[in-house]
Design a protein around this ligand. Structure first.
Ligand code: ZN
Length: 177
């Protein structure tokens, strides 16, 4: 396994809509290795999810996991989830606003409204079609990662930039209150 270099905002791959993974290639050594490397990269950088474009692979693939996380204390746990070619089938009308960060927009946090719950369909790493219902922080991460696959970042989802905050100031003025 290997820790991959993370693409940051400004690298064209972050803004490029990614291509779906052919179903028959999901179990190939190449895709399985990419999944393993994405998991290792997410854990190394204390992410709660990472999408393939963030590791310079323009593919419809994301991994999510929340354990005890230094970047997001008090959230989780969410078991390791692999989403290949995810499609959000439905979302709740109810929106919830909360803080988000991103390994590609590092050192910033901002408040983003997201659907409180959703249903998503995807392939897992064995190439099986799965449907997941998610709410709260899990639903938020799924929306954040699916945005990456469409070339969007959380900044695009902020109603305005008033809440945009450097991470140090976030810790000082938001988290400690
Ligand atoms: Zn992100």
């Amino acid at each position: 396994m290997a820790i991959l270099k993370v693409a940051r905002l400004g690298h064209p791959v972050i803004r490029k809509p990614s291509v779906s993974v052919p179903k028959e290639t999901i179990t190939s050594p190449e895709i399985q290795r990419l999944i393993d490397n994405m998991i290792e990269t997410m854990r190394e950088y204390d992410g709660v999810g990472i999408a393939a474009p963030q590791v310079h692979e323009s593919k419809q693939l994301a991994v999510i996991e929340v354990t005890e996380n230094r970047r997001y204390p008090g959230e989780g746990p969410i078991p390791l989830t692999i989403l290949v070619n995810p499609k959000i089938l439905s979302t709740s009308k109810k929106l919830v606003e909360d803080w988000e960060g991103c390994l590609s927009v590092n050192e910033f946090r901002g408040r983003v409204p997201r659907a409180e719950s959703l249903e998503v369909e995807a392939y897992n790493r064995k190439g099986e079609k799965v449907r997941l219902q998610a709410r709260g922080f899990f639903a938020r991460i799924i929306q954040h990662e699916c945005d990456h696959l469409a070339g969007k970042v959380f900044l695009d989802r902020m109603p305005n930039l008033q809440s945009l905050t450097h991470l140090q100031e976030f810790i000082r003025y938001q988290q400690e209150q």
